[in-house]
Structures are given as C-alpha cells and as structure tokens.
Design a protein around this ligand. Structure first.
Ligand code: AHR
Length: 532
C-alpha cells in the first residue's frame, strides 16, 4: 500500500468487511467466504521508481545463544553433514533465499570482540566469557576465516561490525587489513598462513553498534569523534574494491528513541574533511510492545496479534523521522539508512536460557516480516540495507536447529517468497482495503507493494493483515496472477521439529474475471504473485 494511502486507510470508517470481522470474533480455523465486493488494486506499471536494494533482505548473526554454535558451526568432526565445520543443511536453506549479506559478529558482542582471539589454530584461541548473552564460555572457534567461509558458501556479502566500544582504531584497521590486503604485509601474511591466500571482500563495515548503549554508553559527541578516527584509519586494501565495489561504512544512529545520534552524525558528515567519510547510518528497532519483552510467541490470540502488528507499523514512523533529519543535511540522499537490526522480540521460550533469546516463530511473525519488508520497499530511496534479527535460533529467526534437525520458520518462507523483489524497481500501487479494527487497534486491512524485476516481470505482494476474514482483490488490466500464499490455521501456528510444515506456502492462481483477474486472499496471509 502506498504510504500516504496507509495513513488514509487508518482514518477511514469501518468497511463492510471489517464489520464482518468483528461479528466473527476470535480467530477461527475455518475461513469465512470472501467479501463479496473485491478491493480494486491499481498498479501503474509504466512508472517504475527506486530499486529495492537486495541488501534489505540481509541477515544478522551474532555470537548469541545457539545462533552461531549449533546454528552454523558444528565443527569439522561433527556427524552432522558439514563443509569445513559449517552445517550444509543451513547453507542450502540460506542459499535458497539468496541472502544478500550477513551482519557479524554483533550486536552488543561486537563491541567486546577482539578479532585476534578468533584466528589461527582452534586450540590456541582465547576462551572468553560472553558477558552480554548468558555469561557462557565463547570458544572463538568460529572466527573471521570461518565467517568468511560461511558467507562464501551461502553466497552472501560479509557485513562486519568493528569494535568501537572497547577496541581502538588501530585494532579495527589491523582487522580490515588482515581481511583485505594482498600477501605482503604482516597481517595479510598471517591470513595466508591461516590458509586464505586471496584477500576477502568487505563491502559493508559497521562502525560500532549501539554505542549509545551496550557499545560504551557514549554521548553523541563522543561517538562522532570516535567515528571520525575509526573511518580515518580503517582502510580496505582489496584491489578489487579500490575503484568500484567500494566498502560502505555505516555509522550508528537512532539512540533508542532519540534522534541525537542521527543529528550529530549527519551534521558532522555534512562538514567532513577529506580524511574520513561514511556512506550509511543505522537504525535499530524491535517490535516488542514495551520492555522487557513480554509478548508470548505461542498460545496467543487476536488481541496480542493486533497489538504487535500495530507496534510493528511504528517502523514507518521511525524511518520517516530518521530520514527527515538526514534530508536536512543530505538532500541528495548520498547517505543511506541501514535498518540493521529489526524484528519481533518476544518473551523467551519457557525453559530456555533467557540470555539466549530463543523464541518460537508463528504465522504472526510471517505477517510482521512482510509488513516490514513492504515498509522498507516503500522507502527504497533511503533504506538500502536491513538485517532481521537474527538469522538462526535467536529472536525472529529464519531457521531453528536442534542437533542434526533443522526446521524453517514462517518468516523464512516470507523471505523465500520475496526473492523476486531483490533489486526490482518499485511501481506505484493503490488499493483501499479499509481497516481491521480490534478494540482500540486500527490497522490497514491490506498492505501491498508491486515491483518490476530486471527481466521486466511485474510482481505483487499483498498482506491480508486481518487475522479473521479473507478478502478478494481485483487487478484490472491483468490476465493472470500466479504465485504462492502463506497462511496458517491460526495466528499462532508454528513449525516445530515434529511438525515442520504446519506453516508452508502453497500455490495460488487468480481467476480471470472480465478483463481483470481476482485473487482470494485468506485471512492472516502473505501472497506473492507474478502478474501478466
Ligand atoms: O539482537 C540482540 C541485541 O539487540 C543486539 O546485540 C543489540 O545490538 C541490540 O540491542
């Protein structure tokens, strides 16, 4: 849905189908008949706009709980099928969703990470305490070379976060030299001795993480001074990244509900001198409905569904507020916004270590993911990078692992369905689906984007936000619509190791109807179709 339209929709009075939803009451397994009057969808296919940068489909993998160990790294001697210690089932699943980039090693962990602890012979690596996440031992068995191997196996770009909080510019510069320099310097030779002759590509570099909080509780002014020193002294030596494919440096923004980091960083950037620069600024926002995270991941109903979906729409507002500040200093949009941590943060799974941030993932998470991806696409002019937190076993994950088992979450399926939107151009879309109203929560009933891919194919994604009532949309000027729809018996239906396909996409085809095509969208669903 067009952003302006979304607001308009929120103001609208109850539509006939919304009244139907209220009469129906709580979410039901059986789906009622579609609303008789289809919602008209108008797509202006002749007016392609900004490119939806594929990096908005990025992932985040922190040394946290079983996100890395078990989730990615099982070790070379594991009976679990692996390539050089990296589990093959996970790599295959991530390749299928064409992960564009993976942010690593944190998060809060990044500002306590010292790269030298994670290179060289495994038995000589420092065992540290993961102070942020459960105070458990961190073996450093998965370090720089293992992460780069993982990224290469998946086909994703590395997005490295350097340690600003407890590290130095010299340490960060040495790390980037280790990764990117050709054989010859001491650090590069060390990488070669560790078995990696060719320099690595480092296309994305985070200059710290939440330095207003776990990254050192720095004032905005202090952070800006650090940011200048770090970007001044860190150099990417990879010859392939000298002229083109240059490394993009992402500064910390958005101080947990305040704009002063964004303001100070952008102000400094506007007057920056030749010796330092940045290309992006970050925004972190979790859908959490208040701290500490308390919303249940399973066993909830329509009340909690509506509350969390309402909370997730704050993302649009936060991006608007952040970009308003950026526009002041950078009207030409040279600096991009990286929403490099986002997702649902729910109460931890009972019986698990609360420091491991494990939570189930339901059809509600699928709807939430699609809404956020649509918001990023509508802000394609500024939002060029986004990283859902976190890739495996942590927060709103794509994948759960347990020993040799692996299960794909509803959120994973959304990412799979959205692959055609990677680097496609947004095209204007208008539709008026009315509102879904539950208590004092009012939500747009439908949330949609359309885009044209490089081959000229037009794609449509429509989220039926309404958890209770199916709806029908009518696409004028199109003959066919076919693709996949993801819905589930209930808003809290999840995939488990015992029932891994409770939420799985199925084929959907539109019906021709007098020079148009109509699509029946189940309640609480995400639908992606190609249009002809
Ligand atoms: O994703 C979990 C944590 O949330 C990250 O480590 C931190 O950056 C954020 O506060």
């Amino acid at each position: 849905m067009h952003t302006g339209f979304a607001r308009k929709a929120l103001r609208k009075v109850l539509s006939a189908s919304a009244l139907g939803a209220l009469v129906l009451g709580a979410a039901t397994v059986a789906q009622a008949a579609p609303a008789p009057t289809p919602v008209e969808v108008a797509i202006d296919a002749a007016k392609p706009g900004d490119v939806i940068d594929r990096n908005i489909f990025g992932q985040f993998a922190e040394h946290l709980g079983s996100g890395i160990y078990d989730g990615i790294w099982v070790g070379k001697d594991s009976p679990i099928p692996n390539v050089r210690g990296i589990r093959s089932d996970v790599v295959a699943a991530l390749k299928a969703i064409k992960v564009p980039n993976v942010r690593w090693p944190g998060g809060c962990f990044a500002d306590e990470y010292h790269w030298r602890d994670g290179i060289g012979p495994a038995d000589k690596r420092r065992v540290q305490i993961n102070t942020n996440w459960g105070s458990v031992p961190e073996s450093n068995a998965f370090g720089t070379d293992e992460f780069m191997d993982f990224a290469q196996q998946v086909g994703a770009d590395p997005y490295i976060s350097v340690n600003v909080g407890s590290g130095t510019p010299a340490e960060a510069a040495a790390w980037v030299e280790y990764m990117t320099a050709e054989k010859g310097s001491t650090y590069a030779n060390e990488r070669v001795a560790n078995g990696h002759v060719a320099p690595y590509r480092v296309p994305l570099l985070g200059i710290g993480n939440e330095n207003w909080g776990c990254g050192g509780a720095m004032s905005p002014d202090h952070y800006v001074e650090e940011m200048k020193r770090f970007t001044n002294f860190i150099r990417n030596f990879n010859p392939a990244q000298r002229e083109t494919d240059k490394m993009k440096r992402i500064a910390v923004g958005w101080d947990s509900n305040k704009l002063d980091y964004t303001e100070q960083v952008m102000k400094a950037w506007k007057d920056h001198v030749y010796s330092w620069d940045i290309e992006g600024i970050s925004l972190h926002n979790y859908t959490v409905d208040g701290w500490p995270p308390h919303l249940q991941a399973t066993g909830f109903g329509v009340d909690e569904y509506a509350r969390i979906i309402k909370d997730t729409y704050r993302m649009d507002d936060l991006i608007n507020r952040q970009t308003a500040v950026m526009d002041k200093y950078d009207p030409e949009k040279k600096i991009f916004l990286a929403v490099d941590e986002w997702g649902a943060w729910l109460a931890p799974t009972p019986g698990t270590n609360p420091g491991f941030l494990m939570q189930q993932n339901s059809q509600r998470d699928a709807v939430l993911a699609a809404i956020n991806l649509n918001i990023f696409a509508r802000h394609a002019d500024r939002v060029k990078v986004a990283n859902i937190a976190q890739m495996i076993n942590v927060l709103q994950a794509m994948i759960f692992t347990k020993g040799p088992q692996m299960v794909l979450t509803p959120t994973y399926h959304v990412y799979h369905m959205y692959v055609p939107f990677q680097n496609a151009r947004v095209v204007p879309i208008r539709l008026d689906g009315g509102e879904y109203v539950h208590g004092d929560v009012r939500l747009p009933r439908l949330d949609a984007i359309a885009a044209r891919d490089a081959q000229g194919q037009l794609w449509l994604s429509v989220v039926n936000v309404d958890p209770e009532t199916p709806t029908r949309v009518r696409l004028g000027n199109f003959k066919t619509a076919s693709g996949q729809v993801l819905t589930a018996a209930k808003v809290d239906t999840v995939n488990t190791f015992e029932a891994p396909n409770a939420v799985t996409p199925r084929a959907i085809t539109g019906k021709a109807a007098g020079g148009a095509v109509v699509l029946d969208l189940p309640a609480r669903s995400v639908t992606v179709v190609k249009l002809n």
